[in-house]
Design a protein around this ligand. Structure first.
Ligand SMILES: Cc1cc2nc3c(=O)[nH]c(=O)nc-3n(C[C@H](O)[C@H](O)[C@H](O)COP(=O)(O)O)c2cc1C
Length: 193
């Protein structure tokens, strides 16, 4: 790898930012872009070739958001139900281009512990986020709303051993937020001579 390639990937990694869908501008991505991002996802590392990443792509975010809002509504009692939460979920993707549900499908190799399957899917998701950044797309990895609730897992017809990894909102934005890290890198790294 030459230094230009390293500079390129450094720029992509460092400029990837979480951009929530309300900060997106409503521009649509061609489906081909999304397909190209899923190709990148498929090249994540995978122990034992279990390739546990599974994706459901919504070309129309509104369809996902209505389902998400309904899952929220079904999962709370009448007393707990909050109309504002429901409406926010319904409209969360209004300015996004595509929504991707990312799940972990547990492989059938018992020697691979579940955390490795989660790690592989996380790597696949990061490939999508970095690819999106390289395409000047905005992205948001969300586990909010009802995404981690049992009803969401049921809606996806996942087995007990599978895992919802989150929902990715993809689109475009006119402005980029500043990135920050709060713990110095030297506190996270130990070098041994
Ligand atoms: C597994 C995972 C789930 C996340 N879920 C949410 C979420 O539900 N809501 C949210 O605001 N941000 C969520 N984020 C995004 C983080 O808030 C974001 O990455 C963090 O603020 C750092 O900002 P950056 O991505 O721009 O570096 C999630 C990130 C990860 C890795």
């Amino acid at each position: 790898m030459d230094s230009t390639t390293f500079t390129t990937i450094t720029n992509i990694i460092q400029s990837r930012r979480t951009i929530k869908p309300n900060m997106m501008n409503g521009h649509k991505a061609p489906n081909g872009h999304i397909a190209a991002l899923l190709e990148l996802a498929d090249w994540a590392p995978t122990h034992g070739f279990t390739e546990p990443w599974r994706f459901t792509v919504y070309e129309n975010p509104a369809k996902f958001c209505q389902q998400h809002a309904d899952i929220y509504k079904q999962g709370v009692s009448a007393g707990e139900f909050d109309e504002t939460v429901y409406s926010n979920l319904q409209h969360q993707g209004d300015k996004a281009s595509h929504v991707i549900i990312a799940t972990m499908q547990r492989g059938d190799l018992p020697k691979i512990p579940p955390f490795e399957e989660v790690a592989a899917v996380s790597s696949a998701i990061q490939n999508i986020l970095l690819g999106a950044t390289a395409l000047n797309m905005a992205s948001f990895w969300s586990t909010g709303g009802a995404i981690l609730k049992p009803a969401f897992k049921e809606f996806l017809q996942l087995r007990d051993e599978d895992q919802v990894m989150g929902v990715l909102y993809l689109g475009y934005a006119d402005a980029m937020p500043e990135g920050k890290r709060t713990i110095p890198l030297e506190n996270k790294v130990k070098w041994i001579k």
